[in-house]
Design a binder for this molecule. Structure first.
Ligand SMILES: [Zn+2]
Length: 305
């Protein structure tokens, strides 16, 4: 495409604005020339689980995971770990995280062990643990969210503890990172309509894009985190057209994440972040930056970056 004569000095200001908008739109359809996104990343779905560090060193000690974040331009993380000790270790390593240029946003994980995955929604001791953990806070400041939690059967969104936790989150301004299906999004938000729900994977079962779009329209406080999202990328890691259209329609509503739920995800952390940079490059630069960084920063770093 030819370069429009945008900056001719004799153009009235209004026309210059119009022409700049046209240039922006033109750039957004030039997919063939897309270059990878090169700005900061906000990893909004990160686990530092027991097996990654084993309470002290493990295969991925703090120095290792921080080096992985730093070399990938990950400058902030939502940390949630099984058990919460992993998140505490990151929060307490203020000097090391500052040196790596990483801001830690702590979330309260509901899981003390793997058995808790399947029973948390009806286990009162989990509710008590979350309350105690919230009251305790971390060295990196107050907890900012709850999760990630899983519901393999959406009906369990109506479990007594699930309901109380949603209301606890709403009352305390905590975000909720939930690995659930689209039905459970409705059920969870019925308990706490003002809660900020971050939909982990934006439907790992592949909820149709039209359904995702309808939920975003219905719940202005709903965000979608994009790790493992089926159908997001096509071919050589490019953004699929229907997802590109959705991100352009709702640029303020998406986040990216590594989901380091097993150690293998740490091994491939560089590839995961490279994959994000690849498809983010298919978006107009301002939209890419919002999904990559600005949306997380606006939620958790207290200011528009
Ligand atoms: Zn996860």
């Amino acid at each position: 495409m030819g370069r429009p004569a945008v900056f001719k000095p004799f153009w009235p200001v209004g026309l210059v604005k119009y022409a700049r908008a046209a240039l922006f739109l033109g750039a957004s359809v030039g997919l063939a020339q897309a270059t990878d996104y090169s700005g900061p990343l906000f990893d909004a779905h990160l686990h530092y689980n027991e097996e990654a560090w084993n309470g002290q060193a493990g295969p991925h000690p703090l120095s290792d995971v921080l080096a992985r974040m730093q070399r990938n331009g990950v400058q902030a993380i939502v940390a949630n770990s099984r058990p919460n000790d992993g998140t505490r270790a990151l929060a307490e390593a203020g000097e090391a995280t500052r040196a790596a240029g990483v801001t830690v946003v702590p979330f309260i994980r509901l899981y003390r062990n793997r058995a808790d995955y399947n029973n948390w929604f009806q286990d009162e001791s989990i509710y008590a643990m979350v309350q105690a953990e919230f009251a305790r806070g971390t060295a990196a400041g107050s907890y900012r969210g709850i999760g990630e939690f899983h519901l393999y059967d959406s009906a369990n969104a109506n479990g007594p503890v699930a309901r109380k936790l949603m209301q606890f989150a709403e009352q305390n301004g905590l975000a909720v990172l939930a690995h659930v299906d689209d039905t459970a999004v409705d059920l969870l938000l019925a308990h706490a309509p003002k809660a900020r729900l971050i939909w982990a994977h934006t439907g790992i079962g592949g909820s149709p894009v039209a359904r995702v779009e309808a939920l975003l329209a219905k719940y202005p406080q709903l965000m979608g985190e994009l790790s493992y999202r089926p159908g997001l990328t096509c071919g050589d890691g490019a953004l699929c057209p229907e997802w590109r259209a959705l991100l352009l329609k709702y640029p303020a509503r998406f986040l990216i994440g590594s989901d380091t739920w097993v150690n293998q995800r740490w091994l491939y952390y560089d590839d995961l972040m490279r994959g994000y940079r690849r498809w983010l490059g298919d978006l107009p630069p301002a939209v890419a930056r919002r999904v990559a960084w600005d949306n997380g920063a606006a939620l958790f770093l207290g200011a528009a970056p």
